[in-house]
Design a protein around this ligand. Sequence first.
Ligand SMILES: Cc1cc2nc3c(=O)[nH]c(=O)nc-3n(C[C@H](O)[C@H](O)[C@H](O)COP(=O)(O)OP(=O)(O)OC[C@H]3O[C@@H](n4cnc5c(N)ncnc54)[C@H](O)[C@@H]3O)c2cc1C
Length: 399
Amino acid sequence: MSDLRVAVVGGGIGGLVLALALREHGISFQVYEQADELREIGAAVALSANGTRELRRLGLGDQLEAISVVPSALVIRRWDTGEIIADHPIGRDGAYEARFGAPYFGVHRVALLQALSQRLSGERLRLGHRCVGLEEGSSGVEVYFANGASSTADVVVGADGVHSVIRPHVVGEVRGRFSGTVGYRGLVPVEDLPSLPDPTPLQFWAGPGRHLLHYAIDGGRTVNFLAVVRVPEWTNSAWMEACAVSDAVDAFAGWHPAVTEMVGATDIGSRWALHDLAPLPRWHSDRVVLVGDAAHTMVPHQGQGANQTIEDSVAVADCLADAPASGDLRSALSRYEKRRRKRTVVVQWLSRRTADLMHLPDGPQIAHRDSQFAALYSELAWIHSYDAHAAQPAALGAA
Ligand SMILES: Cc1cc2nc3c(=O)[nH]c(=O)nc-3n(C[C@H](O)[C@H](O)[C@H](O)COP(=O)(O)OP(=O)(O)OC[C@H]3O[C@@H](n4cnc5c(N)ncnc54)[C@H](O)[C@@H]3O)c2cc1C
């Protein structure tokens, strides 16, 4: 049993997984979440084997399976004809789990957060606590909240997402990088999509300057989509702005009817400017450390932001497990950063590159691109086969 006291700022996927991992190690913790209830902007999230392996280890296997849908396959289609460029089985014949050692799931974000907090039994989760600052001293950290409360801990973990208030304490002010793409997200009942050739795979439609990704959730009754459009610039200081559904439909004019039908079937209401972070110079101070989007926000085109966040949370809990409160915490935090940094930097880069490949104009480069899509499982094995407990930096790049 450790004598360490950890304050986790942020009760999203990263903060809640971290809480469960700390509990496994017998480390005392408190999670502080700004919202009054657990909810998430956005609809669903795709969890790959590198994430679900850890959620299973934390005892969430059955619950997660009950609320998730396993896509039949990962399919990539051409934007206009719908011709299949690549088809990699996921649920079909149990192929994905047999290859990567854990399942692939599509799940509603709220259902996932609720499952995590139920597993935690609501224990040590303080809602309505928006962190507004902290003071780090040689013997501990004082954390301050907008409601006037404060708390003392040996270590503070910033799991507070892309607009982290903890990050400036570690690295100063950092601005997000606009990726040159905007995203439209929506949920559509499957019965409203008569042109969709098959609603069961996780499916990309790739074409010049755009792509559409969708997969089923809610027992297969609903399709979650993210439609991505390349734009020359983003001038709004906010990362989200109101839009009309016709903006998305117009952006996909001339695409396969399944695509235009999907983006036109729901009242989208807003578009998101997709940003990431340039790799940070460091992830921690003596007693304050970052996980998840606070450390390495990435664009969503590899479906890895949440999965990398889960890996981070497991890794930081492992590294803190043998660190006594009065001992050398900085070394434990450095071990964590060393274990995680290189891997997440490459996944950030790969996430951007995926959109570049998806968005190639028709022409001579397409044949080479399509052969890369056909070899996707071998190319991505180092991400999906990864075991965050056993992981060493050397695992990177090993297919
Ligand atoms: C369009 C889109 C689609 C995506 N799809 C996928 C996908 O399919 N698969 C995947 O792996 N990833 C996906 N991602 C990425 C994924 O959503 C994030 O990487 C993941 O949510 C990061 O988790 P987090 O816990 O670090 O941050 P968050 O999920 O942002 O959670 C941060 C939490 O901290 C709280 N908080 C913030 N500030 C404070 C404060 N001051 N005090 C207290 N609490 C605070 C917030 O309320 C929130 O609950 C997608 C992202 C986008 C934008």
